[in-house]
Write a protein that binds this ligand. Structure first.
Ligand SMILES: [Zn+2]
Length: 239
């Protein structure tokens, strides 16, 4: 059930079937010279919508901004602060709670560490504020990674590489502008660097050359199954 497409009566009817909701989180972030800036938002939203076709599950409109650190100096990357993201998660969850939702899955297409930490922190606060809710937080990469490893060939693929290029080739091929070269960033360990692009010039982590629309279809299906399985586990969790 895609919330932005429901009428108020359909929304109320949906609550009779389930109290579970996925909120997709994305980012506006460089994805190499060949993928759109909203890749993470699109993948999270597509995966959530595909999961909702497997059973009763509400899908919230996607949040198109997140926290991006290592790509901050590349053209087009625009971030919000941790406080803003946590506040937004909490506002949305509290109001979806008021509307009757109880099981919350915060699904992120962007897997950055600081971004995920903000989602986890907001989720923990929600758990202590609302006694009868359940919360799950996962990036697509974490959630579907094991299944994706059976489909993708590149081993350390994580950003604008084989997986994301395949996914966008599958659901929006007109937005893929050729293929960037294989690349793996080499940031100095433990040190925060000002000029991040110097260590990651092309903004790709993996091998876009190995991508195909067929793989994209299989990757999306695997993500949908992993997400549906998480939704089912969350719903039946006795916490
Ligand atoms: Zn991405």
């Amino acid at each position: 059930m895609i919330i932005e497409e429901l009428t108020m009566d359909e929304f109320a009817g949906g609550l009779e079937k389930t109290r579970s909701i996925v909120i997709p989180f994305g980012s506006l972030e460089e994805h190499g010279p060949h993928l759109p800036l909203a890749t993470d938002t699109m993948t999270a939203e597509k995966a959530a919508r595909a999961a909702s076709r497997l059973g009763d599950l509400f899908v919230a409109p996607a949040v198109p901004y997140g926290m991006c650190r290592s790509t901050a100096n590349h053209p087009g990357t625009v971030s919000i602060r941790g406080n803003t993201l946590r506040g937004l998660v909490k506002d949305l969850a509290h109001d979806f709670y008021r509307q009757g939702l109880r099981n919350f899955i915060l699904l992120s297409g962007h897997a950055g560490g600081t971004h995920m930490a903000a989602l986890v922190e907001a989720g923990e606060e929600l758990l202590s504020e609302l006694e009868d809710i359940k919360v799950a937080v996962a990036s697509l990469l974490d959630l579907a990674g094991p299944a994706w490893a059976e489909i993708a060939e590149t081993e350390r693929d994580s950003h604008a590489g084989e997986v994301e290029t395949s996914l966008v080739l599958h659901f929006a091929p007109h937005l893929v502008k050729g293929r960037a070269a294989e690349e793996y960033p080499t940031f100095p360990k433990h040190i925060l660097v000002r000029d991040k692009r110097r260590y990651w010039p092309g903004g790709v982590w993996g091998d876009p050359g190995a991508a195909s629309p067929e793989k994209g279809g299989a990757l999306l299906e695997a993500a949908a199954r992993a997400l549906w399985s998480l939704a089912s586990r969350l719903e039946s969790l006795d916490d």
